[in-house]
Design a protein around this ligand. Structure first.
Ligand SMILES: Nc1ncnc2c1ncn2[C@@H]1O[C@H](COP(=O)(O)OP(=O)(O)O)[C@@H](O)[C@H]1O
Ligand SMILES: [Mg+2]
Length: 244
């Protein structure tokens, strides 16, 4: 039976309802959970406070997390920011894996890949069935699902906008993890649909003109850049959010 279901869905099964809830977070990089008294956790709380302060009326916000290059720490930063937001009372945060080129949110949480965004966009999976509550109260995820042949087309579709609006109704924050913005247009497309963009920059590694080029591209398509999230240098310098 499992193989029949797999054949129909390009290799992925639907998520089990309690799988994510019952899986503890173990990765060291997810510092807000693993080292909650540490400096990195504190810096993500400070970024959280800046983001939340820009949202004084408490209206729901969709936030794109991107960076110029691959490997700058977007996915880890997205999860750490979600964990920090969820520490505030009454917060419901969704991490949406919109990196349909190289999804990693499930892997960082120690979860197997399941049906997710691709199936929702394809109309074969209801939104509710793709949302998975994690072991941390207030943090849910929607994985990428099967890798589509036409990621940018799906990400730029009217259906994507509809899905984001539906998720905005259900969550206080929707954090959108994306591929690197220099070579793939998906983050710019999503940035134009979302309320704000945070640009992740690996300190001391990403050339400044790459960052500038990325910000120009994001703004050129109508994106609202809220600030940057610095990662990856010596511990005392990481994950410092800068404002406008
Ligand atoms: N705060 C951090 N502390 C330690 N390692 C990190 C941190 N952020 C990212 N990394 C490491 O950097 C690499 C890339 O991170 P990732 O978030 O997957 O990048 P991206 O999503 O931008 O491609 C991974 O090996 C990850 O473990
Ligand atoms: Mg990533």
């Amino acid at each position: 039976m499992a193989t029949d279901a797999k054949k129909k869905t390009g290799g992925l099964l639907p998520a089990e309802p309690d799988e994510a809830r019952n899986t503890p977070i173990r990765r060291e990089e997810l510092a807000v959970h693993r080292k909650p008294r540490g400096q990195i956790a504190e810096q993500f709380r400070s970024l959280r406070n800046s983001v939340h302060a820009m949202n004084p009326d408490g209206a729901s916000h969709t936030l794109v997390m991107t960076s110029a290059l691959r490997g700058e720490g977007k996915s880890v930063a997205t999860l750490n920011l979600a964990l920090a937001l969820a520490e505030l009372p009454g917060m419901e945060v969704l991490v949406l894996d919109c990196d349909l080129h190289g999804p990693s949110i499930e892997a960082y949480l120690g979860l197997p890949r399941r049906q997710g965004l691709t199936e929702v966009l394809g109309g074969t999976l209801p939104i509710g069935a793709a949302i998975r509550q994690t072991s941390v109260q207030g943090v849910s995820i929607m994985g990428a699902g099967a890798l589509p042949r036409n990621p940018s087309e799906l990400i730029g579709s009217e259906r994507m906008r509809t899905v984001l609006n539906a998720l905005r109704q259900r969550f206080t924050y929707v954090l959108i993890d994306t591929p690197q913005a220099m070579t793939i247009s998906d983050a710019s497309l999503l940035g134009a649909m979302a309320d704000g963009i945070l640009v992740v920059v690996r300190l001391g590694e990403t050339p400044r003109h790459y960052v500038e080029q990325t910000i120009n591209a994001l703004e050129g398509l109508g994106g609202n850049i809220l600030g940057t999230c610095l990662t990856g240098a010596a511990e005392e310098d990481t994950a410092r959010g800068s404002g406008y």
